[in-house]
Design a protein around this ligand. Structure first.
Ligand code: NAP
Length: 248
């Protein structure tokens, strides 16, 4: 159990929500960010509070640096930061690269890559022993798409997650001597709303037969892996990337 604060970007729905609930169960004070769905964010906070947990929700589009600064300010008021889960991420509709607009690619990178890097920057400023902090953990959400490349679907998304893998390795080395562990999870096909936001609500179910375990995963199964990485049980794990994908 810990009474430290965890910031979870995109904590209102899907994997972020499951992680927020699981973190609160382990005693974390949970600070979630959300992009626009205030009702969903309130729902996550209410679920945590109903189990006597502590949670707060802050509107934060991670594509906007000013929003990220607001999120961390709110977390500072809530307690000492012990962990960051860089979970917020977007996909876009199915497309070939030769059909993609610059705006689409820029937004993909702004949210999935720059947003995660800026959140990590703010977390390191607070958690690094170099800056007087007490250490902590950063968990980044990558995707098996980083390995598969997602041709004819969303190569831009896959490339953004490839960047997250490299960032995880590099930042992990950079802060390994400063009390901070950095790791990433590569989820496979997980049952969340993200597939609908890419225009294909039944994508995960449609592709389930391609998963060696022959089923899609659940948000809670990703949350469990994130919580393990955040825990002392993973005390010697850093710059590591864990596939949680049913073998995909
Ligand atoms: P989801 O169900 O679509 O939920 C997305 C969450 O992120 C929501 O809380 C949403 O907030 C928030 N969000 C969206 N855009 C944002 C932005 N610009 N700034 C801040 N927050 C934003 O997604 P998910 O499936 O749980 O995915 C979570 C992470 O896992 C992502 O990084 C994704 O790439 C990764 N992942 C997912 C799968 C999968 O199959 N589901 C597979 C591999 C990797 P609102 O509620 O306000 O919209």
């Amino acid at each position: 159990m810990t009474d430290k604060v965890v910031i979870i970007t995109g904590g209102s729905r899907g994997i972020g929500r499951a992680t927020a609930v699981a973190a609160a169960e382990r005693g974390y004070r949970v600070c979630i960010g959300y992009a626009s769905n205030e009702a969903a964010a309130r729902g996550t906070v209410a679920a945590i509070e109903a189990s006597n947990g502590k949670a707060v929700a802050v509107k934060c589009d991670v594509g906007e640096e000013s929003d990220i600064l607001k999120l961390f300010k709110a977390a500072d008021k809530f307690g000492t930061l012990g962990a960051l889960v860089n979970n917020a991420g977007i996909v876009a509709t199915t497309s070939r690269v030769d059909e993609m607009s610059a705006e689409r690619i820029q937004r993909m990178m702004a949210v999935n890559v720059t947003g995660s890097m800026l959140c990590a920057r703010e977390a390191v400023k607070r958690m690094s022993t170099r800056h007087g902090g007490m250490g902590g953990v950063i968990v980044n959400l990558s995707s098996v798409a980083a390995k598969l490349g997602s041709p004819n679907t969303y190569v831009d998304y896959a490339a953004s997650k490839g960047a997250i893998d490299s960032f995880t390795i590099g930042l992990g080395y950079e802060v390994a001597g400063e009390g901070i562990r950095v790791a990433a999870i590569r989820p496979g096909l997980i049952d969340t709303d993200i597939h609908a936001s890419g225009g294909e609500p039944d994508r995960a179910h449609r592709l389930a037969h391609m998963v060696p375990m022959k089923r899609i995963g659940h948000a809670e199964e990703i949350a469990n892996a994130i919580l393990w990485l955040m825990s002392e049980e993973a005390s010697y794990v850093t710059s590591a990337i864990l596939d949680v994908s049913g073998g995909r």
